[in-house]
Design a protein around this ligand. Structure first.
Ligand SMILES: CC(C)(COP(=O)(O)OP(=O)(O)OC[C@H]1O[C@@H](n2cnc3c(N)ncnc32)[C@H](O)[C@@H]1OP(=O)(O)O)[C@@H](O)C(=O)NCCC(=O)NCCS
Length: 230
């Protein structure tokens, strides 16, 4: 009996991660993808921030069919955020901006193999991100959500709206975007636009800045009280 489980990423998943990136991002430039070597480095930098979805048959090693990767950023001021690119925030995919005491989890990537989509795997991977945020008592999860339906929409009949208008229509449910609609269903909200975010034609290089706020975050005072009573 085959089952799909979300597990901590380990060295045995690295080749599967690289294969998955090629399956999921056919139009993305190579320098934007997570290779086995880069993923190995992420494990060194922040092991607990990396998860995979694995199809297992109950014995032996499973096939990697989804992945989640990210790191911690010290602070994230949405009011002052002037826009960033994927390369800038990830330090050229080295996660050199990782801050062990950071208050936000920055989502570097989440993806599911095309043959395994619409079966709840992506949602499970987002749950793993949220679990990390809860366990580390973070303020929330931030990410750049690629507008993967934007190019097709612009080329469609009677379409051609600007990215801002497109995002508004996706948020209101008037349009469906394969990635942003999914992220909204997973509890994220849009905080802004990130033009030139990533070198990928499908989204016209554009992303939405998205945020999930951790509702269980305890304040310093609450944590101090909890420590004092245990
Ligand atoms: C985005 C992605 C991770 C979704 O993974 P998935 O396993 O298909 O998602 P799920 O099956 O868990 O779906 C979760 C919710 O999103 C919705 N959803 C998923 N894909 C959708 C789509 N293409 N259009 C509309 N809604 C969608 C589902 O209906 C579900 O909502 P529900 O629970 O309310 O019914 C996957 O399509 C993918 O890997 N895309 C390419 C990579 C990518 O764009 N990653 C994000 C980079 S920012």
């Amino acid at each position: 009996m085959m089952a799909i489980e979300v597990l901590p990423m380990t060295e045995e998943h690295l080749d599967g991660v690289e294969r998955l990136q090629h399956e999921c991002y056919p139009t993305m430039k190579e320098h934007e993808k997570i290779t086995a070597e880069r993923a190995a480095h992420f494990l060194e930098v922040f092991r607990e921030g990396q998860t995979v979805a694995v199809e297992t048959s109950g014995s032996g090693r499973g096939r990697v069919v989804g992945m989640n990767s990210g790191f911690l950023v010290a602070d994230f001021d949405f009011a002052r955020e002037g826009g960033h690119t994927f390369q800038e925030i990830t330090g050229g995919l080295t996660y050199s901006n990782h801050s062990p005491d950071g208050e936000f989890y920055y989502g570097g990537d989440i993806c599911v193999s095309p043959a395994y989509r619409r079966r709840g795997v992506g949602r499970k991977l987002y749950e793993s991100r949220k679990r990390i945020a809860r366990e580390l008592n973070l303020r929330g999860v931030v990410s750049g959500g690629m507008l993967t339906g934007l190019k097709a929409h612009r080329e469609g009949p009677g379409a051609g709206c600007q990215a801002g208008e497109y995002v508004e229509k996706v948020c209101s449910g008037e349009l469906i975007d394969p990635t942003l609609t999914f992220q909204l269903r997973c509890g994220f909200r849009v905080m802004g636009l990130l033009p030139g975010y990533i070198d990928d034609a499908s989204c016209c290089s554009t992303a939405a800045l998205i945020f999930w706020e951790n509702p269980n975050r305890a304040t310093e005072e609450e944590r101090a009280m909890a420590r004092a009573t245990t």
